[in-house]
Design a protein around this ligand. Structure first.
Ligand code: PBG
Length: 327
């Protein structure tokens, strides 16, 4: 019936698992992942975050349980978020020498020098008002915040952080942090800029986990409008000019077009942040038995790499490492 009709036989390359593997264009590796961990003040704490099943807040005396598990699964990059009760107007906990993230960093680098600690440089977990900088009137004061963010970055580098990842969305943060790091002798420490960070509803579960919900207003005067695409290029462009070594796009799943734009425009490593709300949606559907979680997570993270990400920050890192090692 089809003998006189011309068409392509695309199915030839899908005929068996081995054939499909041979022609697969995008691969996930455990080396692609940065695994975020919440560290909380106190002792003997391993609290599950209600909106993020299987994600916990760990006190420092229990942190190594989690780090060792991740290490044994092949994960070599971590990010810590501090959960503290002692907060103030200027977020001094973020740059305290004995701050919780600084202590976690030291501890982990001592036991596992080959783990890369990526430091999230922001104030919102440490400010009483929950904003990412210093408040002036009803808004965040850009330039005053920069000074404190630079101090935070230097204290993180001093504690042993391998990469500084500023997530605060103040203008000029890369320039100011680069200068402060260089002046303090950390010319070799790279900056992974959260260059393109949207004011997103996908951060809700994180704010529960890190107790960092703004006490008034929202973050729309510093984080980007989700409707904007060209603005992402402008943001990334200025960070490249200011000296960023990596460019991050956040969130990931609803922003795959932006990941692709950034990949096409710049030649720095691109990082996608698979954020808390993306994690929570998958977990909720999975708990209801509505989706196959393992398969869906692989598909989702593969789509981020296919869009152009080289590196993925994800709460699923351990799960994917397990799935990949069983394949
Ligand atoms: C700090 C910060 C946030 C996240 C990472 N760093 C919260 C925010 O901007 O409100 C969110 C991460 C996630 O949702 O997983 N500014």
């Amino acid at each position: 019936m089809t003998e006189h009709i011309q068409f392509k036989r695309h199915r030839r390359l899908r005929s068996s698992a081995s054939m499909r593997t041979m022609v697969r264009e995008t691969h996930l590796h455990v080396e692609d992942f940065i695994y975020p961990i919440f560290v909380i003040e106190g002792e003997n704490i391993k609290n599950e975050v209600p909106s993020m099943p299987a994600v916990y807040q760990f006190s420092l005396d229990r942190l190594m349980e989690e780090v060792t598990e991740a290490y044994e699964l092949g994960i070599r990059s971590l990010m810590f978020f501090g959960v503290v009760t002692d907060k103030d107007e200027v977020g001094s906990g973020a740059y305290a020498e004995d701050g919780i993230v600084q202590r976690a960093t030291k501890m982990v680098k001592e036991k596992y020098p080959d783990i890369l600690v990526v430091a999230d440089t922001c104030l919102c977990e440490y400010t009483s008002h929950g904003h990412c900088g210093v408040i002036h009137g009803e808004d965040v004061d850009n330039d005053k915040s920069l000074e404190l963010l630079a101090k935070t970055a230097v204290s993180q580098a001093k504690a042993g952080a391998d990469i500084i990842a500023p997530s605060n969305m103040m203008d000029g943060f890369v320039a100011v942090i680069r200068k402060a790091l260089d002046k303090a002798g950390y010319t070799h420490i790279p900056i992974m800029s959260y260059a393109v960070k949207y004011a997103s509803s996908f951060y809700g579960p994180f704010r529960d986990a890190a107790d960092s919900t703004p006490q008034f207003g929202d973050r729309k005067t510093y984080q980007m409008d989700p409707a904007n695409r060209l603005e992402a290029i402008r943001e990334a462009q200025s960070d490249v000019e200011e000296g960023a070594d990596f460019l991050m796009v956040k969130p990931a799943l609803s922003y795959l077009d932006i990941i692709r734009d950034v990949r096409n425009e710049f030649n720095l490593p691109v990082v996608a942040y698979n954020v808390s709300g993306e994690y929570a949606m998958v977990k909720a559907a999975s708990q209801n038995g509505w989706i196959d979680e393992d398969k869906l997570v692989i598909e989702m993270l593969t789509s981020m790499k296919r869009a152009g990400a080289d590196i993925i920050l994800t709460y699923f890192a351990k799960d994917v490492a397990k799935t990949l090692s069983n394949q």
